[in-house]
Design a protein around this ligand. Structure first.
Ligand code: SF4
Length: 162
């Protein structure tokens, strides 16, 4: 019989807006094409301007730049693209890495004061959030996209406001 996950009875979480997860040293926020377009549009920037100002490349994928140890999009402890923030940010702290064990979840609690507070997320809700995050993990890498673009199969506008 498969072992029950430690969160079988759900987990309490409520974001306090402390901003700690936007300041995790050594972390990378991977972003998809759709997320890049949404953030550029929200900030009323062209894709080129947004890319130059806010994006770096890590392991052949776009990531948000950091400003010291904090995300470049964090200002006065608030996310400047909050309504269109990437899925990786939306799904924290319910990442598969943090849910590997009760121990990992407790370690994450040192970084996230919202863990253990607020409403109860059921096992099904938690697993749906993990699926949402995994879907963006599986996005094409920059290298794969470049080869699609050069073969003409991926037309991408340079405008973030179109
Ligand atoms: S660390 Fe947790 S409580 Fe703080 S902003 Fe991030 S998700 Fe919210």
């Amino acid at each position: 019989m498969p072992k029950e996950r430690f969160y079988a009875d759900g987990l309490h979480f409520e974001c306090t807006g402390c901003g700690n997860c936007c300041k995790l040293a050594g972390g990378f926020v991977y972003v998809t094409d759709d997320e890049i377009k949404a953030m550029a549009r929200y900030l009323k920037l062209s894709l080129t301007a947004f890319t130059d100002k806010y994006l770096d490349i890590h392991k052949s994928r776009y990531v948000l730049k950091s400003n010291g140890d904090a995300c470049i999009l964090l200002e006065n402890d608030a996310c400047t693209v909050y309504p269109v923030r990437p899925v990786q940010c939306q799904t924290f702290p319910f990442w598969s890495t943090n849910l590997k064990s009760k121990y990992r979840w407790r370690i994450t609690q040192f970084e996230c004061e919202g863990i253990g507070q607020g409403r109860l997320y059921t096992k099904t809700e938690i697993e749906n959030i993990v699926k949402m995050q995994s879907a963006t993990d599986a996005g094409p890498s920059l290298v794969e996209r470049k080869s699609q673009e050069s073969s003409g199969s991926n037309e991408q506008s340079d405008s973030g406001t179109d």
